[in-house]
Design a protein around this ligand. Structure first.
Ligand code: SF4
Length: 285
């Protein structure tokens, strides 16, 4: 059960340091999906949330009034939704902060780039379709194995729900992509696991992005408590040889299926690659 206290904030949009993302918007602090591999908590200033990851999610109760003001002043650009939480928290079904933020941003000429694990995004398909050229939607799916998913992503929507949601969003004519990350040694770093996911979304994604496990102290605590021989997993995750061989094998699968795949080679990580590859062509003129 996730507690959802309400907080007030002074800003809504944050400037992004990434070259192809102008702003980020996080309607919530914390994430009730509670993925054990999540290092977003290391970028979450509120210690109570970071240390009780998955159990506490702050609702930014005045977000919309702040966003209303900011979007009148700021130059339109691309907004990542979200960068340190999933914008489609269970509480979003009631609060509608993400929905109303997206609607406001799009009406004011800002592009939105959504990344989620939740089919709740389908609720907002009406708005997204109205601005289809200014929207893309990415789903994170690291496995189709429900046992692995329930271990590593205990409170997130199950993978099959994400596959269905991604397919539906794509069928509605929106640009969609897959994030296969993190790749965790011994869990989803094999070609069979990767191919299963890729085939499940085949024909519905224009791009696949991959990233490896990033072990921070908090990630070590949470994963280490459930993963046997975690030292070995961590050692492999830090091995350039391991990651190079994974990338090579996955790239071959992508080539066979004629899907464009990009792996993060940066330290750290992912989003830079993701944004650069996917969105640079779509920046505001
Ligand atoms: S969905 Fe993303 S932000 Fe939420 S816990 Fe999982 S990895 Fe972290």
């Amino acid at each position: 059960m996730t507690e959802c206290p309400r907080i007030s904030v002074k800003t809504a949009l944050s400037r992004s340091g990434l070259p192809d993302l102008d702003y980020s918007l996080n309607p919530y602090v914390g994430c009730s999906h509670g993925c054990l591999y999540c290092y977003a908590r290391d970028y979450t200033r509120q210690v109570e949330v970071a240390e009780n990851w998955g159990s506490i999610v702050y609702v930014k109760e005045n977000l919309l009034s702040i966003l209303e003001r900011e979007t009148r002043k700021l130059k339109p650009g691309t907004v990542g939704i979200s960068t340190i939480t999933d914008p489609y928290q269970p509480v979003e079904s009631v609060e509608k902060l993400t929905r109303r933020s997206i609607e406001l941003l799009l009406k004011r000429g800002f592009r939105v780039s959504i990344q989620t694990k939740s089919p709740l995004v389908l609720r907002d398909i009406d708005i997204l379709k109205s601005f289809r050229d200014m929207v893309d939607v990415g789903f994170t799916i690291i496995t189709l194995d429900s046992g692995v998913a329930s271990l590593l992503e205990p409170s997130a929507p199950v993978p099959v729900q994400r596959v269905r949601a991604l397919t539906k969003v794509s069928e509605e004519g929106l640009k969609t992509w897959l994030f296969y990350g993190p790749v965790i040694p011994g869990f989803n770093d094999d070609v069979v696991s990767f191919t299963r996911v890729l085939e499940a979304v085949y024909g519905h994604v224009s791009l696949v992005l991959m990233d490896k496990l990033r072990v921070t102290p908090r990630v070590r605590d949470s994963l280490g408590s459930v993963v046997r021989d975690f030292e070995k997993v961590e050692s492999l995750a830090n091995s350039k040889t391991w990651w190079s061989s994974v990338v090579k094998a996955f790239t071959e699968v992508c080539a066979q299926l004629a899907v464009k795949c990009v792996a993060s080679l940066a330290e750290p990580p992912t989003d830079t690659v993701r944004r650069l590859e996917v969105f640079s062509k779509k920046k505001e003129p």
